[in-house]
Design a binder for this molecule. Structure first.
Ligand code: EPZ
Length: 416
């Protein structure tokens, strides 16, 4: 089974160019279902979850061409409206086909995603929104089945600013009859990226990136070309890495504000940050001071950066309180970081981290995507060698991360 060996104690220096964002590319690819015209997407990362999404779209009948670094997708001949268990169970984001298939074809059958390592991951906000738009929805043998003649616009308020539910209902509403107002929406940058593609396709959308989005439905969408935004979570992972190893890097291909409060937290810990239009510089010349964070919806501290931040706090000076409010089980990296010598205690959704001068290399096991990134960082901050097992989790969301770290001076090897 693949693993990665990390030899710690080396500073990081140089520039890193970000890949396209996994969490933007997935809904962007799925948006191709909304039209019979060709959608061209550039800057799509080569990740396991992307390949799963492409397989799902092909299963539905989408014709896909990958040429010169761009994907051209045509849903002109879609004749299947079912997302099967074997695909949905490997990638929860498959539920995003609900909105587009229902809006364009009036019917859809999607396996309930089930939980995953970080939580139960229910989809009631998605289903509530589709019902409000006029869909008839029922559950049968572990599948969600929905039918609708034509969706009709209305006002929908989410109980929680769910990223996936906002994306699903946004895609459904662009072909609904009349006006839809979405309230208490998620504001993540990936939602703005999706709205930008939909607008290029002829949709009428205002307010994406704020908590209230207005959509005026159209009857048909047309061809468009779009480049996937840079991956802000990859950017944050490199930012926290250099804070722990010391050194100076520049991260290119992202607007700094897309990282929410993360860069300000790095400055609070003692790093020097230089912000520019399409990226940022991060320099660390001393041991980081401890800081406490609470994960929140954007623009707060991203939950997808919580595990990586915990790795950094493991070697910071002082005590850090890390509160996870988005997912109910996102502390599984704690016990693996403890194998590297981290001093972490967990209780009531809060992890208390007492920084130690240095970690020491050990064999560890990844449990989910962002936990695997935190273990790579732990290895960079440790003396000696750290072997991270089950790195198939890492490959779901990071494109060639070991090559990127090596280019910054890290000693890191993938073992096949
Ligand atoms: C997206 O997941 C991201 N995934 C996640 O990234 C990210 O952690 C999350 O947003 C929060 O930012 C993709 O974009 C593919 P949510 P999503 O709906 O849409 C609960 C990564 O590591 N909830 O905002 O599933 C849910 O269980 C992944 O790249 C309901 O209860 O997130 C969770 O506790 C992990 N009912 C919270 O809300 C619902 O109907 C946030 O979920 C929907 C969500």
């Amino acid at each position: 089974m693949d693993c990665i060996d990390v030899y710690g104690g080396r500073p990081l220096e140089g520039d890193v160019i970000l890949s396209g964002a996994k969490n933007a590319a997935l809904p962007l690819l799925i948006a191709s279902l909304l039209t019979d015209a060709v959608i061209e997407l550039k800057h799509v990362p080569d990740l396991k979850d992307i390949r799963t999404t492409l397989a799902l779209l092909q299963h539905l009948g989408v014709e896909i061409e990958h040429r010169a670094g761009a994907y051209r997708l045509s849903a002109a001949n879609v004749a299947c409206f079912e997302a099967p268990y074997e695909l949905v169970s490997t990638m929860r984001a498959s539920v995003l086909v609900l909105g587009p298939l229902l809006a364009r074809f009036g019917q859809v059958k999607v396996s309930l995603p089930g939980g995953c390592a970080i939580g139960a991951r229910p989809i009631q906000y998605h289903l509530m929104g589709l019902e409000k738009l006029g869909a008839e929805i029922w559950l049968e043998n572990g599948y969600v089945i929905a039918k609708a003649n034509r969706l009709k616009g209305t006002t929908i308020r989410f109980d929680f600013p769910s990223v996936g539910a906002t994306e699903n209902i946004l895609m459904a509403a662009v072909l609904a009859e009349g006006e839809t107002v979405l309230e208490n929406c998620a504001c993540e940058p990936e939602i703005v990226d999706l709205a930008n593609l939909l607008i290029k396709m002829g949709a009428y959308i205002t307010g994406a990136g704020t908590s209230t989005i207005l959509i005026r439905g159209v009857t048909k969408l047309h061809e468009a070309t779009h480049a996937v935004m840079g991956d802000r979570i990859e950017a944050g992972t490199f930012a926290l890495a250099v804070c722990g190893t010391g050194g100076a890097i520049r991260v290119m291909g992202i607007a700094p504000e897309a990282l929410g409060t993360l860069l300000a937290v790095c400055e609070q810990c003692g790093a020097q940050v230089e912000r520019f239009e399409d990226g940022f510089g991060m320099k660390a010349t001393e041991r980081m001071r401890a800081a406490s964070i609470t994960t929140e919806p954007y623009p707060g501290f991203p939950t997808d950066m919580q595990a990586q931040f915990m790795a950094l706090m493991s070697v910071a000076g002082g005590r850090s309180y890390i509160t996870e409010t988005i997912f109910e089980n996102r502390f599984m990296h704690c016990s693996e970081l403890a194998r590297l010598g981290a001093d972490i205690s967990v209780g009531g959704g809060i992890a208390t981290v007492r920084g130690v001068p240095a970690l020491s290399g050990a064999e560890v096991m990844a449990t989910d995507l962002r936990a695997s990134a935190s273990l790579i960082l732990g290895g960079l901050f440790a003396h000696g060698c750290t072997r991270v097992n089950r790195i198939y989790h890492l490959d779901r969301g990071y494109e060639r991360i070991e090559e990127k770290f090596r280019a910054l001076g890290a000693r890191i090897e993938r073992r096949i």
